[in-house]
Design a protein around this ligand. Structure first.
Ligand SMILES: NC(=O)c1ccc[n+]([C@@H]2O[C@H](COP(=O)([O-])OP(=O)(O)OC[C@H]3O[C@@H](n4cnc5c(N)ncnc54)[C@H](O)[C@@H]3O)[C@@H](O)[C@H]2O)c1
Length: 227
Protein backbone atom coordinates (compact mmCIF):
# COMPACT_ATOMS: atom_id res chain seq x y z
CA UNK A 1 0.00 0.00 0.00
CA UNK A 2 2.86 2.37 0.81
CA UNK A 3 4.33 1.55 -2.61
CA UNK A 4 1.05 2.30 -4.38
CA UNK A 5 0.87 5.73 -2.75
CA UNK A 6 4.54 6.44 -3.29
CA UNK A 7 4.14 5.79 -7.01
CA UNK A 8 1.30 8.34 -6.99
CA UNK A 9 3.59 10.93 -5.41
CA UNK A 10 1.79 10.90 -2.07
CA UNK A 11 3.78 11.69 1.07
CA UNK A 12 3.40 8.55 3.20
CA UNK A 13 3.72 8.10 6.95
CA UNK A 14 3.96 4.36 7.63
CA UNK A 15 3.21 3.48 11.25
CA UNK A 16 3.45 -0.03 12.66
CA UNK A 17 4.59 -1.83 15.79
CA UNK A 18 7.09 -3.82 13.76
CA UNK A 19 10.27 -1.76 13.46
CA UNK A 20 11.98 -4.31 11.23
CA UNK A 21 9.02 -4.38 8.86
CA UNK A 22 9.11 -0.59 8.66
CA UNK A 23 12.79 -0.83 7.77
CA UNK A 24 11.95 -3.18 4.89
CA UNK A 25 9.34 -0.72 3.57
CA UNK A 26 11.89 2.11 3.77
CA UNK A 27 14.46 -0.04 1.90
CA UNK A 28 11.94 -1.00 -0.78
CA UNK A 29 10.91 2.57 -1.44
CA UNK A 30 14.32 4.23 -1.13
CA UNK A 31 15.34 5.94 -4.35
CA UNK A 32 11.84 5.68 -5.82
CA UNK A 33 11.30 9.39 -5.38
CA UNK A 34 8.77 9.02 -2.62
CA UNK A 35 8.61 11.07 0.54
CA UNK A 36 8.28 8.35 3.20
CA UNK A 37 8.34 8.67 6.96
CA UNK A 38 8.31 5.54 9.11
CA UNK A 39 7.43 5.48 12.76
CA UNK A 40 6.66 2.84 15.38
CA UNK A 41 3.13 3.01 16.72
CA UNK A 42 0.76 0.81 18.66
CA UNK A 43 -2.63 1.68 17.20
CA UNK A 44 -4.40 0.53 20.36
CA UNK A 45 -2.87 3.48 22.26
CA UNK A 46 -5.19 6.38 21.63
CA UNK A 47 -2.87 9.08 22.96
CA UNK A 48 0.01 7.93 20.76
CA UNK A 49 -2.24 7.84 17.69
CA UNK A 50 -3.52 11.36 18.40
CA UNK A 51 0.00 12.63 18.92
CA UNK A 52 1.25 11.14 15.64
CA UNK A 53 -1.71 12.36 13.60
CA UNK A 54 -1.41 15.86 15.09
CA UNK A 55 2.34 16.02 14.50
CA UNK A 56 2.31 14.76 10.91
CA UNK A 57 -0.75 16.78 9.92
CA UNK A 58 0.97 19.92 11.18
CA UNK A 59 4.21 19.04 9.41
CA UNK A 60 2.49 18.38 6.08
CA UNK A 61 -0.16 21.09 6.32
CA UNK A 62 -2.98 18.57 6.67
CA UNK A 63 -3.77 14.87 6.57
CA UNK A 64 -6.04 13.85 3.73
CA UNK A 65 -5.74 10.04 3.60
CA UNK A 66 -5.80 7.40 6.33
CA UNK A 67 -5.51 3.68 5.61
CA UNK A 68 -6.06 1.28 8.49
CA UNK A 69 -4.26 -2.02 7.97
CA UNK A 70 -3.00 -3.10 11.38
CA UNK A 71 -4.24 -6.51 12.36
CA UNK A 72 -3.59 -9.75 14.18
CA UNK A 73 -4.98 -13.25 13.87
CA UNK A 74 -5.95 -15.51 16.78
CA UNK A 75 -7.69 -18.65 15.57
CA UNK A 76 -9.98 -20.22 18.16
CA UNK A 77 -13.37 -21.90 17.81
CA UNK A 78 -16.08 -19.90 19.53
CA UNK A 79 -16.45 -22.12 22.58
CA UNK A 80 -12.70 -21.88 23.19
CA UNK A 81 -12.17 -18.17 22.60
CA UNK A 82 -10.23 -16.82 25.52
CA UNK A 83 -10.72 -13.28 26.73
CA UNK A 84 -7.14 -12.17 26.14
CA UNK A 85 -7.07 -13.33 22.53
CA UNK A 86 -10.49 -11.84 21.83
CA UNK A 87 -9.41 -8.56 23.42
CA UNK A 88 -6.21 -8.43 21.37
CA UNK A 89 -8.06 -9.01 18.11
CA UNK A 90 -10.78 -6.46 18.89
CA UNK A 91 -8.33 -3.88 20.21
CA UNK A 92 -5.98 -4.11 17.27
CA UNK A 93 -8.51 -4.16 14.44
CA UNK A 94 -11.50 -2.27 15.82
CA UNK A 95 -10.12 0.07 18.49
CA UNK A 96 -7.05 0.74 16.34
CA UNK A 97 -9.29 1.76 13.45
CA UNK A 98 -11.49 3.84 15.75
CA UNK A 99 -8.43 5.58 17.20
CA UNK A 100 -7.04 6.72 13.86
CA UNK A 101 -10.46 7.76 12.57
CA UNK A 102 -11.20 9.78 15.71
CA UNK A 103 -7.82 11.44 15.43
CA UNK A 104 -8.01 12.24 11.71
CA UNK A 105 -11.64 13.10 11.05
CA UNK A 106 -11.82 16.55 12.70
CA UNK A 107 -8.89 17.82 10.58
CA UNK A 108 -10.36 16.30 7.41
CA UNK A 109 -13.71 17.94 8.07
CA UNK A 110 -11.98 21.27 8.58
CA UNK A 111 -10.04 20.74 5.35
CA UNK A 112 -13.27 19.86 3.53
CA UNK A 113 -11.60 16.80 2.06
CA UNK A 114 -10.58 13.36 3.26
CA UNK A 115 -10.34 9.68 2.39
CA UNK A 116 -10.37 6.89 4.94
CA UNK A 117 -9.93 3.28 3.83
CA UNK A 118 -10.39 0.55 6.42
CA UNK A 119 -9.45 -3.07 6.12
CA UNK A 120 -12.19 -5.66 6.39
CA UNK A 121 -11.96 -9.21 5.07
CA UNK A 122 -14.05 -11.76 3.22
CA UNK A 123 -13.68 -13.74 6.46
CA UNK A 124 -16.32 -11.37 7.91
CA UNK A 125 -18.77 -13.95 6.54
CA UNK A 126 -17.52 -16.49 9.05
CA UNK A 127 -14.79 -19.12 8.98
CA UNK A 128 -14.07 -21.99 11.33
CA UNK A 129 -12.05 -20.66 14.27
CA UNK A 130 -12.36 -17.15 12.88
CA UNK A 131 -14.98 -15.82 15.31
CA UNK A 132 -12.95 -13.04 16.90
CA UNK A 133 -11.53 -11.95 13.55
CA UNK A 134 -14.98 -11.92 11.88
CA UNK A 135 -16.46 -10.00 14.81
CA UNK A 136 -13.74 -7.35 14.58
CA UNK A 137 -14.03 -7.00 10.81
CA UNK A 138 -17.84 -6.86 10.94
CA UNK A 139 -17.61 -4.12 13.54
CA UNK A 140 -15.15 -2.20 11.35
CA UNK A 141 -17.65 -2.31 8.48
CA UNK A 142 -20.37 -0.91 10.77
CA UNK A 143 -18.09 1.80 12.11
CA UNK A 144 -17.13 2.68 8.54
CA UNK A 145 -20.74 3.13 7.46
CA UNK A 146 -21.58 5.30 10.49
CA UNK A 147 -18.53 7.51 9.91
CA UNK A 148 -19.37 7.73 6.20
CA UNK A 149 -22.85 9.11 6.92
CA UNK A 150 -21.49 11.58 9.47
CA UNK A 151 -18.69 12.79 7.19
CA UNK A 152 -20.19 12.87 3.69
CA UNK A 153 -21.21 16.54 3.74
CA UNK A 154 -17.65 17.54 4.62
CA UNK A 155 -16.15 15.99 1.48
CA UNK A 156 -14.80 13.06 3.49
CA UNK A 157 -15.39 9.48 2.32
CA UNK A 158 -14.97 6.38 4.49
CA UNK A 159 -14.85 2.95 2.85
CA UNK A 160 -13.60 -0.58 3.41
CA UNK A 161 -11.78 -3.08 1.28
CA UNK A 162 -12.43 -6.76 1.99
CA UNK A 163 -9.78 -9.01 0.50
CA UNK A 164 -10.28 -12.75 0.22
CA UNK A 165 -7.02 -14.67 0.39
CA UNK A 166 -3.91 -12.60 -0.21
CA UNK A 167 -0.45 -14.04 -0.70
CA UNK A 168 0.93 -11.95 2.16
CA UNK A 169 1.32 -11.62 5.91
CA UNK A 170 -1.44 -13.40 7.75
CA UNK A 171 -2.49 -15.89 5.09
CA UNK A 172 1.10 -17.14 4.94
CA UNK A 173 1.04 -17.90 8.68
CA UNK A 174 -1.75 -20.51 8.40
CA UNK A 175 -0.82 -24.17 7.72
CA UNK A 176 0.38 -24.86 4.16
CA UNK A 177 -2.28 -27.53 3.66
CA UNK A 178 -5.04 -25.04 4.50
CA UNK A 179 -3.49 -22.48 2.13
CA UNK A 180 -3.49 -25.03 -0.70
CA UNK A 181 -7.06 -26.18 -0.06
CA UNK A 182 -8.31 -22.59 0.13
CA UNK A 183 -6.51 -21.49 -3.01
CA UNK A 184 -8.07 -24.40 -4.92
CA UNK A 185 -11.51 -22.88 -4.25
CA UNK A 186 -10.71 -19.49 -5.76
CA UNK A 187 -12.24 -19.09 -9.24
CA UNK A 188 -9.20 -17.06 -10.33
CA UNK A 189 -7.07 -20.08 -9.41
CA UNK A 190 -4.70 -18.21 -7.11
CA UNK A 191 -4.49 -16.00 -4.06
CA UNK A 192 -4.43 -12.25 -4.64
CA UNK A 193 -1.31 -10.13 -4.32
CA UNK A 194 -0.62 -7.21 -2.01
CA UNK A 195 -0.42 -4.90 -4.97
CA UNK A 196 -3.84 -5.99 -6.24
CA UNK A 197 -5.24 -4.96 -2.85
CA UNK A 198 -3.16 -1.79 -2.80
CA UNK A 199 -4.52 -0.64 -6.18
CA UNK A 200 -8.08 -0.88 -4.83
CA UNK A 201 -7.08 1.02 -1.68
CA UNK A 202 -5.49 3.70 -3.86
CA UNK A 203 -8.66 3.96 -5.96
CA UNK A 204 -10.85 4.50 -2.88
CA UNK A 205 -8.29 6.93 -1.48
CA UNK A 206 -8.14 8.92 -4.72
CA UNK A 207 -9.98 12.02 -5.83
CA UNK A 208 -11.86 9.97 -8.44
CA UNK A 209 -13.76 8.01 -5.81
CA UNK A 210 -15.43 11.16 -4.48
CA UNK A 211 -18.98 9.76 -4.71
CA UNK A 212 -18.23 6.36 -3.14
CA UNK A 213 -18.73 6.24 0.60
CA UNK A 214 -19.71 3.73 3.26
CA UNK A 215 -19.01 0.84 0.88
CA UNK A 216 -17.01 -2.36 1.10
CA UNK A 217 -15.06 -3.34 -1.99
CA UNK A 218 -14.52 -7.10 -2.07
CA UNK A 219 -11.23 -8.18 -3.68
CA UNK A 220 -11.29 -11.95 -3.91
CA UNK A 221 -10.75 -13.37 -7.41
CA UNK A 222 -14.38 -14.55 -7.38
CA UNK A 223 -14.19 -16.47 -4.08
CA UNK A 224 -17.34 -14.74 -2.79
CA UNK A 225 -19.40 -15.88 -5.79
CA UNK A 226 -21.46 -19.00 -6.46
CA UNK A 227 -23.84 -21.04 -4.35
N1 LIG B 1 -3.45 -11.80 4.12
C1 LIG B 1 -4.73 -11.96 3.86
O1 LIG B 1 -5.12 -12.95 3.20
C2 LIG B 1 -5.75 -10.95 4.31
C3 LIG B 1 -7.07 -11.07 3.83
C4 LIG B 1 -8.02 -10.14 4.22
C5 LIG B 1 -7.69 -9.09 5.05
N2 LIG B 1 -6.40 -8.99 5.52
C6 LIG B 1 -6.12 -7.85 6.40
O2 LIG B 1 -5.04 -7.10 5.85
C7 LIG B 1 -4.38 -6.38 6.88
C8 LIG B 1 -2.88 -6.64 6.77
O3 LIG B 1 -2.67 -8.03 7.00
P1 LIG B 1 -1.47 -8.88 6.36
O4 LIG B 1 -2.05 -10.15 5.86
O5 LIG B 1 -0.66 -8.03 5.48
O6 LIG B 1 -0.73 -9.31 7.70
P2 LIG B 1 0.55 -8.71 8.42
O7 LIG B 1 0.66 -9.46 9.70
O8 LIG B 1 1.70 -8.71 7.49
O9 LIG B 1 0.14 -7.20 8.69
C9 LIG B 1 -0.44 -6.75 9.87
C10 LIG B 1 0.43 -5.62 10.41
O10 LIG B 1 -0.22 -5.05 11.55
C11 LIG B 1 0.79 -4.72 12.46
N3 LIG B 1 0.22 -4.59 13.80
C12 LIG B 1 -0.32 -5.55 14.58
N4 LIG B 1 -0.74 -5.03 15.74
C13 LIG B 1 -0.48 -3.69 15.69
C14 LIG B 1 -0.69 -2.62 16.59
N5 LIG B 1 -1.30 -2.78 17.77
N6 LIG B 1 -0.27 -1.38 16.21
C15 LIG B 1 0.33 -1.19 15.03
N7 LIG B 1 0.56 -2.16 14.12
C16 LIG B 1 0.15 -3.41 14.46
C17 LIG B 1 1.80 -5.85 12.36
O11 LIG B 1 3.06 -5.48 12.90
C18 LIG B 1 1.81 -6.09 10.86
O12 LIG B 1 2.80 -5.31 10.21
C19 LIG B 1 -5.00 -6.87 8.21
O13 LIG B 1 -5.96 -5.94 8.65
C20 LIG B 1 -5.68 -8.18 7.80
O14 LIG B 1 -6.76 -8.48 8.66
C21 LIG B 1 -5.43 -9.88 5.16
Amino acid sequence: VCGAFASRDVRVVAADMDEEGLGRIADDLRGKGSDLVTTTLDVTRRDDVEELVGREAERAGGLDIVVNLAGVLRNQVVVKIDDDAFGTVMNTHLIGTLNTMRAALPGMRELGYGRIVNMSSLAVRGTVAGGAYAAAKGAIEGLTRAAAIESAKYGVTVNCVAPGLVDAGMFRTVPAEYQKESEAQIPAGRAGTSSEVAECVAFLAGEGASYVTGQTLTICGGLSLGL
